[in-house]
Design a protein around this ligand. Structure first.
Ligand SMILES: Nc1ncnc2c1ncn2[C@@H]1O[C@H](COP(=O)(O)OP(=O)(O)OP(=O)(O)O)[C@@H](O)[C@H]1O
Ligand SMILES: [Mg+2]
Length: 335
């Protein structure tokens, strides 16, 4: 689990490597969507991936478990190593093994509509893992109870709320006993009042030590649970670190622009969780809960700072910093 002082970094260094990605590239036709990704994730780490639409977050997750074929690079998950772009039976076997080691939860649940909750959870263990039906059913009931659905084991997806469906989907992924859970915007299709119940299940998983890579702009969740936040832009991991660093002291201009302008504009509620609003562009400090002294909500001539909604390119506040630079918080020469 994360600590706000970043101490988890030294702890995680001792842990077994669950995921190792080296120089991963993915082309769709001539469009290079992943441009050389490197990543190491250790057992029990929770890594949250954020970034603008189209930056390649879903593609990266889908490449990790070979729902997409990465073009080049290397992927190791749970000790199984694959050189991407290879062919042949050894390659196919390794890809199959990696798929078995990853549980994936999608934005839109992907449940079988004609199967009830128990059957949705037992399908993979019985058909893919060869588990006996009675064992698979017992495990499914246990998992459904853990996600708070003990009373809904025989309900069909159409009889469940979005939050309940997503919890079935999490139980289904866990039933395959993965070493790694991948979540692609698991709460973005949910009504606001149902988001919390899914985030709670995810938090519980993290507490139990599950290794997780989560694409999500639920900033409160990330701040509380993530060991590491990775900011992705245009097919690259631009910046990564503990939430206290990436959210509140971003170093790269692209991260700053996303956090201070694009996020507040596109996802004001999530930005507000970090203490950022569209006109109040400097986040509160994660440790003190205070804002920097300077009022960055207006330029020196009292001009409100707004982002350029239509273009996604932020306007630069007048009278602060050199043209083309974001305003600097006082006393922070690093930024
Ligand atoms: N199957 C596909 N065929 C062709 N292009 C694709 C395909 N899937 C994704 N892309 C392109 O790859 C780029 C990255 O898409 P991706 O879905 O990974 O972005 P994302 O960061 O997950 O965005 P969002 O936040 O909107 O979900 C986009 O330009 C998209 O159009
Ligand atoms: Mg996506």
């Amino acid at each position: 689990m994360a600590t706000n002082d970043g101490s988890s970094v030294s702890v995680t260094d001792e842990r077994e490597i669950i995921v190792e990605v080296k120089d991963l590239h993915k082309y769709f036709g001539r469009n290079e969507v992943l441009k050389g990704i490197d990543l190491v994730v250790r057992r029990g780490e929770v890594v949250v991936l954020i970034g603008p639409s189209g930056s390649g977050k879903s593609t990266f997750l889908r490449c990790l478990n070979f729902l997409e074929d990465p073009t080049t690079g290397e992927i190791t998950v749970g000790g199984v190593h694959v050189v991407c772009g290879s062919h042949g039976s050894t390659f196919k076997k390794a890809v199959h093994q990696i798929r078995m080691k990853c549980g994936m939860v999608f934005q839109d649940f992907n449940l079988f509509p004609h199967k009830d909750a128990t059957e949705n959870v037992t399908e993979g263990p019985i058909l893919v893992r060869g588990e006996k039906k009675a064992d698979a059913v017992a495990k499914a009931h246990d998992l459904l109870a853990k996600v708070g659905l003990a009373e809904r084991i025989d309900y069909f997806p159409s009889q469940l709320s979005g939050g309940q469906k997503q919890r079935v989907a999490i139980a289904r992924a866990m039933a395959m006993e993965p070493v790694l859970m991948l979540f692609d915007e698991p709460t973005s299709a949910l009504d606001p009042e149902l988001i919390g119940e899914v985030l709670k299940v995810m938090k519980d998983l993290a507490k139990q030590g599950m290794t997780m890579i989560v694409v999500s702009h639920e900033m409160g969740f990330s701040r509380d649970v993530a060991d590491r936040v990775v900011y992705m832009d245009a097919g690259l991991f631009v910046e990564q670190g503990p939430p206290s660093e990436v959210f509140y002291h971003p170093k790269d201009e692209r991260t700053k622009r996303f956090l201070r302008h694009i996020l507040p504009e596109k996802e004001p509620q999530h930005a507000a969780e970090l203490g950022i609003t569209a006109v109040d562009t400097e986040p509160v400090d994660i440790e003190t809960g205070e804002r920097p002294e300077a009022d960055l909500s207006t330029g020196s001539e009292g001009t409100p700072v707004t982002s350029a909604v239509d273009t996604g390119i932020p306007e630069i506040p007048t009278g602060q910093g050199a043209a083309g630079e974001l305003p600097l918080p006082p006393g922070d020469e690093k930024l």
